[in-house]
Design a protein. Structure first.
Lengths: 271, 379
């Protein structure tokens, strides 16, 4: 396929560092869009603030780079007004689950028909490596110089508990899976979340002595465990592992479908 | 004579008039979060929108509501949110986004006492400066203040028209008294209401510049999903909409952003004068307090004191020229407002402190009475 067809070539080079995984996720997104044959005019990509949130600037869609954490709120308004648009939100772990955590869980509860792709690198990359809500306990960050005292969120479990219709996790090493999950998420008529683990060698890897981008991806390869296998493993065995796979895939009416029912009822009553 | 009921007469609360004005203006998307004393606006639209092809959504907080109406506006709808003090504070960051990205939308703030949770069920006019400078950075803003139920209807429509015309957020700054006041009003025939829609691009998508620098100072706006694929960001950007660090391009865009209001301020600023031709004392007020001010002026005239009233319908951009045209012959100026002098301060600037400015202020949730203003006029 021709990636360049979907990219704004004149915006290259991108801002991402050598070894950053964000570009790998972008390629997965573009491959799936190409496979599904979606028209560029029919796609809106919405983001907040962060390295990951710079993605929309590089793609030739209707693109909206909002305020930190608020992408899902903007996307909700856009989707309601233009229901035929494919609205994709891209977000970092900080953007989606710290400052934007409230919008994230409520969008899941509401089951608004959006796909959120979360680039989880355990850190605030853009601002120089401060701790995020997914930084594991004990790991170093610029604001956790002695090791992080905070417990992390499991983003996929959070989305599941909040009511999302589709939730899956992959890593940038497992591109085949990532593509498959993104495709399933795009086709889901409800709130769908794909969490992709991605290395940030600059702001996380270096400080935690986890090596460069390639070494961090090799870590993903060695330490990923499929969700079925993980069910048979003990808490101890799962320490430090990345559980990948599809956590939720269910059919339920989405917000717009339920609002259509409201319209029918209102019209009956006001006849 | 036959007694035919007038079909345009309504018995409405200010907040209902606001919701109905929004509908008349063509608003079809509302996102909000409940807060006293603004909630009736959301409640009316939740009831009305499903029947007339609009969309209502109750978001998880005011930040989300503000984001949602910007997203909806980019999709091509006329959009609105409504709130009060604490919620208005939460909306500020995204109001700045709408200013920067030039996205039309209307924000209603039915003012209550502050700071903080303050006085949820009592009126105040203490968000004058927050409406002007609540979001960070140098930015233009338009703020309208209704003094009656009918005017709430009219100024809500006007807020949408100005938002669409100048491609920016417009704030309707009401207050608890006007929001909850019920009056019998006659609404205009729908066919007589002027409705303005945003300028659409005439360029082809290939040539479209969402922030084009041309003589109009107001770039055409394409809806998302209609063939114009462009980028919208809150970062400083150039004509193409993409972020830039080029000081020349940033300066040009920032100056245009502010210029569009300076240049068209005469179209935006509206005031009403009452008995100002021969006055010795100029009373300046706005919103609900202007009603007491008018009564005070009438009472003063009855006592032989030549008082006149300037009522501000637009407070930002500030009506400095209108004040300048009136103040020279007067002996003193009385500014009545339910805050500690936010407008009085501007009046002092506009009049270069050439006249004594007497402040009539109240911040305890009680309205300012005609008598309190009367005392200030005759003292
Ligand atoms: C309201 C607000 N607070 C803080 C910031 C500063 N800020 C910018 S990006 C960012 C964190 C981004 O981290 P993440 O979302 O994980 O994305 P990454 O850069 O790692 O891809 C922060 C804190 C901001 N832009 N706005
Ligand atoms: S700082 Fe980290 S997240 Fe940001 S571009 Fe560099 S590697 Fe990627």
């Amino acid at each position: 396929m021709d990636y360049l067809y979907y990219l704004r070539k004149e915006k290259m080079p991108h801002i991402w560092c050598d070894g950053c995984g964000h570009g790998i996720i972008l390629k997965s997104i573009l491959r799936v869009i190409d496979k599904l044959g979606w028209e560029k005019d029919d796609i809106a990509m919405v983001s907040g603030i962060g390295c990951s949130s710079r993605t929309p600037g590089y793609v030739d869609f209707n693109t909206l780079h909002t305020t930190h954490g608020r992408a899902i709120a903007f996307a909700t308004g856009l989707k309601i007004v233009k229901p035929n648009l494919h609205v994709i939100v891209v977000s970092g772990d900080g953007d989606a689950t710290a400052i934007g955590g409230n919008h994230f869980i409520h969008a899941a509860r509401r089951n608004i028909d959006l796909t959120v792709i979360i680039y989880n690198n355990y850190i605030y990359g853009m601002t120089g490596g401060q701790a995020s809500p997914t930084t594991p306990i004990g790991k170093k960050a610029s604001t956790a110089p002695y090791g992080n005292p905070d417990a992390p969120f499991d983003i996929s479990r959070l989305a599941q508990a909040a009511g999302a219709a589709y939730v899956a996790r992959s890593t940038v090493y497992h591109v085949g899976k990532t593509d498959r999950y993104i495709e399933q998420a795009f086709l889901k008529k409800g709130f769908s979340v794909v969490e992709v683990m991605t290395p940030c060698p600059t702001s996380y890897g270096r400080r935690n002595k986890e090596g460069n981008g390639v070494e961090m991806m090799m870590f993903q390869k060695k330490n990923s465990v499929g969700v079925e296998r993980a069910q048979k493993m003990s808490e101890e065995e799962l320490q430090g592992k990345i559980i990948t796979g599809v956590f939720v895939d269910k059919e339920q009416n989405n917000y717009l479908q339920r609002y259509d029912e409201v319209i029918d009822k209102a019209k009956q009553i006001n006849q | 004579m036959e007694n035919i009921p007038n079909p345009n007469v309504r018995m409405w609360q200010g907040n209902v008039a606001c919701a109905e004005g929004a509908i008349a203006a063509g608003c079809r998307f509302f996102a909000g979060y409940p807060i006293t004393p603004s909630s009736e606006i959301a409640e009316v639209l939740a009831l009305r929108f499903p029947v007339i092809g609009g969309n209502f959504i109750q978001m998880e907080d005011e930040i989300a509501a503000m984001g949602a109406i910007i997203g909806g506006s980019l999709g091509g709808a006329k959009t609105m949110t409504a709130t009060s003090g604490p919620g208005f504070s939460l909306k500020q960051e995204n109001i700045g986004f709408a200013v920067m990205a030039e996205v039309p939308c209307v924000i209603v703030n039915v003012q209550r006492g502050g700071p903080s949770t303050g006085l949820p069920t009592h009126a105040a006019q203490s968000d004058v400066m927050q409406a002007r400078w609540g979001t960070h950075g140098d930015h233009p803003i338009i703020v309208l203040c209704p003094s009656s139920v009918r005017e709430t209807y009219d100024l809500t429509i006007r807020a949408f028209n100005l938002a669409e015309k100048y491609r920016m957020p417009v704030i309707l700054l009401s207050d608890e008294i006007i929001g909850h006041l019920t009056e019998k009003i006659e609404i205009p025939e729908p066919s007589t209401i002027e409705i303005i829609d945003r300028k659409k691009p005439t360029d082809t998508p290939e040539n479209y510049l969402p922030y084009k620098m041309d003589d109009s100072d107001i770039p055409a706006m394409a809806n998302f999903g209609e063939g114009y694929r462009y980028h919208v960001t809150g970062l400083a950007h150039d004509e193409t909409g993409f972020p830039t660090n080029d000081p020349k391009k940033i300066r040009a865009q920032m100056l245009r952003l502010n210029r569009k209001i300076q240049r068209f301020r005469n179209d935006i600023v509206e005031v009403e004068t009452f008995n100002t031709d021969d006055m010795d004392v100029l009373v300046i007020s706005f919103g609900s307090t202007a009603r007491s001010a008018k009564r005070a002026v009438i009472n003063a005239r009855e006592k032989g004191v030549k008082a006149g009233l300037l009522r501000l319908k637009t407070i930002w951009p500030f009506p400095d020229k209108e004040i300048e045209a009136l103040y020279k012959p007067v002996r003193k100026i009385v500014v009545a407002e339910m805050n500690l002098g936010q407008i009085a301060h501007e009046v002092e600037w506009a009049t270069r402190r050439e006249k004594p400015v007497v402040r009539v202020n109240k911040i305890d949730g009680e309205p300012i009475t005609p008598n309190e203003i009367f005392e200030a006029i005759i003292s």
